[in-house]
Write a protein that binds this ligand. Structure first.
Ligand code: ADQ
Length: 488
């Protein structure tokens, strides 16, 4: 198929809000790019081998974008965002409209027409950049909720491309999604893809049901068919797409190797000693986000301390809360609430030298995270809603000693895969959560090891490399399912 837009030379193009690099200031004052470590980068490395690949994304600095440049074998193509666009498209529409709406409206979403206008404009810019770098017939993989209009915007310009989109966060039930004033435009934007990947089958079904209810599309099994529209707006052409679950994972072998290193083992011992060698360490590690259920967790911990079911120095709780989206009001309020609660708990239940809750509002390197996981006798992953939750998968991968126990919320994508071997909880049920935490502490060691072994096997065999190739096989054969042979 031919089209009029100019073509690039890259046969594999990734589009994500952020480029996988950060600008760093060198000691001499000059700046250099440093690859940001992360599962997505590792996953992409595994599928980019032997391909001419480009990554389109924002470089993380508002204002003029740097010229496209090469990082090893990957072409990086920065998309500029002004400060105002960053405020309206990213912090506004992405993080204060879509994020709360897609996470069960835990806080109310904010709807502003100016934010929507910025979202559309920035999505358009991403689409133009994708078309500029993509070769004839290239495969394009678009990531996440910040770029939901890009699939149709790219297809309108370049029908020769094979377009996939992956949703890292939940897709809400239509009863909530329908609140969005721009719901039809978002669905039309997404239907520009050939394949839409979700964390859970329920997310894919929510999407299909929304297409039916909002656009009048038909949905049979994993296929969504839309007759199109003659209004000439973005994404007007008839479409048949496939929407299905492809749960994301972590670079299990890389993380296992790191966690198994002598340096990390030593660090884990040092951390345990610095906590006063407690009998039981409870750990939570989350971005400081209202979706992660940190307030509910603290409530449960506070009550357990009050009842005397747990007490320092024998039992201590470490909560790492990674700084996040600090310019969005809901996040500022959450931080105040959490820090107030931690202060009250420690005021009531800590003694000199024995802290009930260790609260760390900081970011750490991978080694430190792996060491912390090894110290955690019980890991508390209790979000109110979470697309997947990679911390759960990292925790079990770090436990090369086969010990530890994972308390996991049923409202995470991870629970779909891990529910049979975790200590499953409903974080809204504080009494139930307390019981589950105590069960995870007190269960017999053989039972814990049996569970941990099964969890470790699951993550080892379903790692991020397997995720990326499953996604690409699904994309290549969409709207049909790939045959067994096609799944690499
Ligand atoms: P997040 O909401 O960011 O991701 P999660 O999946 O848990 O949630 O990933 C967090 C990552 O950050 C983990 O790799 C973790 O180790 C790391 N991290 C957390 N705290 C840290 C700290 N203090 N220092 C250093 N690293 C820290 C979104 C969705 C999830 C989905 C992922 C991937 O919200 O549901 O699982 O994308 O699709």
């Amino acid at each position: 198929m031919t089209s009029s837009a100019p073509h690039g030379t890259y046969d594999f193009v990734i589009a994500a809000n952020r480029l996988p690099v950060d600008q760093q200031v060198q000691p001499d004052g000059s700046t250099a790019w440093k690859t940001s470590p992360g599962g997505l980068v590792t996953a992409m490395e595994s599928v980019m081998k032997g391909r001419e690949a480009a990554w389109v994304g924002w470089a993380g600095v508002a204002g003029e974008a740097p010229e496209p440049f090469d990082d090893d074998t990957l072409r990086l193509h920065p998309v500029p965002l002004s400060t105002e666009e960053h405020n309206e498209y990213y912090e506004g529409f992405s993080n204060d409209t879509l994020w709360p709406l897609y996470h069960d409206v835990i806080v109310p979403p904010t709807f502003h027409r100016t934010w929507w206008a910025a979202y559309r404009r920035v999505n358009e810019r991403f689409a133009e950049a994708v078309c500029e770098v993509a070769a004839e017939g290239a495969t394009v993989w678009i990531h996440d909720y910040q770029l939901q209009l890009v699939p149709a915007m790219v297809r309108d310009r370049r029908p020769d491309l094979r377009i996939g989109w992956f949703d890292h966060i939940p897709f809400p039930p239509v009863e909530l999604f329908a609140q969005l004033p721009w719901r039809a435009q978002i669905l039309r934007g997404l239907l520009g893809a050939d394949f839409l990947g979700f964390q859970r089958a329920d997310d894919a079904r929510n999407f299909a049901r929304s297409c039916r209810a909002v656009l009048g599309a038909t949905a049979k099994g994993e296929k969504v068919e839309w007759a199109g529209s003659d209004d000439g707006r973005i994404g007007a052409a008839p479409r048949t797409v496939r929407a299905a679950a492809v749960p994301i994972s972590i670079d299990a072998s890389g993380f296992r190797e790191l966690a198994d290193s002598p340096a990390v083992r030593e660090r884990a011992q040092a951390i345990r000693a610095s906590l006063g060698d407690p009998e039981v360490v409870l750990l939570g590690v989350d971005r400081l986000d209202y979706t992660k259920g940190i307030r509910h967790r603290l409530r449960a911990i506070g009550e357990l301390l009050e009842e005397g079911s747990i007490a320092p120095p024998q039992v201590t709780f470490v909560q790492v809360a990674t700084p996040s989206r600090e310019r969005v009001e809901a996040y500022r309020m959450l931080r105040e609430q959490i820090e107030g609660t931690v202060g009250r708990i420690n005021g009531d239940f800590s003694h000199l030298g024995d802290t009930a809750v260790h609260y760390l509002h900081q970011s750490y390197g991978r080694e430190e995270m792996a060491a912390l996981f090894q110290v955690a006798d019980v890991m508390l992953v209790t979000p109110l809603r979470d697309g997947m939750n990679l911390v759960a998968k990292e925790y079990v991968t770090a436990r090369h000693d086969g010990k530890g126990a994972l308390v996991l919320s049923e409202f995470t994508g991870a629970a779909e895969e891990m529910r049979n071997h975790v200590y499953l909880c409903n974080p809204h049920d504080i009494t139930g959560l307390k019981e589950t935490i105590l069960r995870a502490i007190n269960d017999n060691p053989e039972e814990k090891e049996r569970r941990m072994k099964a969890l470790r096997r699951r993550v080892r065999t379903h790692d991020v490399q397997a995720w990326a190739s499953a996604f690409l096989s699904a994309l290549a054969s969409a709207p049909e399912r790939p045959t067994r042979k096609e799944v690499r």
